[in-house]
Design a protein around this ligand. Sequence first.
Ligand SMILES: Cc1ncc(COP(=O)(O)O)c(C=O)c1O
Length: 487
Amino acid sequence: MKSQFTESGPLTRLIGAAQLARLLGTWRDNQADYLALASAVHRLIVDGRLQPGIRLPAEREAALALGASRTTVTAAYGRLRDSGFLVSRRGAGSWTALPEGHQVATSGLWTPDDTSDVLDLGCAAMPAPVELLEAAREAVEELPAHAGRSGYTPIGLEALRGALAARYTERGLPTTPGQILICGGAQQAFDLCLRLLLSPGEQALVEAPTYANALVALTANRARVAAYGLTPTGWDPEAIGSALRQGRPRIGYLIPDFHNPTGHLMPADLREQLAVAAHQAGTDLIVDETFAELPIEDQVMPPPLAAFDRHARVLTIGGLSKSHWGGLRVGWIRAAGPVIQRLAALRTGLDMGSPVLEQLTAVHLLERDLLPARRAILRSRRDALVGALRETFPDWRFPVPAGGMSLWVELDAPVSTALARAAEAYRVRVAAGPRFGLDGLMERFIRVPFTLPEESLQEVVRRLALSRADVERGIAGPGRAPLDIVA
Ligand SMILES: Cc1ncc(COP(=O)(O)O)c(C=O)c1O
């Protein structure tokens, strides 16, 4: 399924004047118009909504669409150029850019030494449900029936594949066990899909922000990553459409169900449009459904994106880490049967199969209806966190997600990394915005999962207030990367 051609040369992606006007919204403030316009564009760039390397409309067109004078646009572009956020070539146009030295690493491993008293919100994940032990015992009892065979299951145990296929079928996506491959978590599922679909240097299109470890896997697979910004309310169909049309990426990676980190839920009609647009662009979609089974309001979930796929363009990945427990390391890929066969052949170069005991435990966990209790816990924790944040930080803004496990919080200033560092001194671990974006952007945002008990979340917010005050007074936190693994 690798594409027949490898793209090369710079990406020409451009934004039309009307689209820029729409992205900017009300940009005028109490500064002179050219300053207001320059700051508004600057903010779109640093918030990751307008990626670096996008050609801006010519000054005259921009002026017309923005209802501003050409002099204003010229001066605003000039100011952006002076600060390094725009580069222009005479006769060719102007491209968004990042000033030298702006780029910071979005990942890097640091092993925490002493984490026992840390309020850890670095991972959006919960401890195992108590039923795990019972399920594991049942799995042990069943083990003799499997122990007489080799134990290698490159596609996975039939019983687990059957249970997962039945769940998809119930959600409106008829699926057979032959369309499921079990692997080590959604993360391995993503990596396997990339190995199958993407050659080094090919373009992968992602959301900005996106799941931090997806970026790590894309880098490891030497993808050329392009991103389109999410809006404060979710996906902008036009932005995705033009990114697909202009970039013709080899793969697109999407998290439509309670997106990590923003919590957005993609509506059904956009799912349908995307399946069509991806096919037209020759793009395969890797749809990450890690949070799909965690709606926390009484809502009807839209069908899986793959339900709209008529051309075997969609590979769906999922896992039990969020709905049940990360320590099981059980995830899967749902795709057309022949694709599953190819993935199974590929994965023998990696790990030969998933552990039998964990798969059996997963089967027994899935037999129990544990999700209603899980959802109720998350709902009450979300409400506690929302209440505490609103009370303590009236200037911070965030959408309240109807599912998933975290809030994507817009701070009162671009101080996310400093805040996460300062919070370390108060034994709170949170993931700063740049972990979820490219090029060190997203400094105005921080992800706060609501996975700890209510009283711990209240305490987190109290300590974040102390941290914010330290940042304001210029008191530095520990001089190291604030956390290791973001999940
Ligand atoms: C969107 C998303 N995809 C994948 C993963 C990885 O999950 P797993 O533990 O199943 O590998 C996570 C974990 O946080 C996630 O949030």
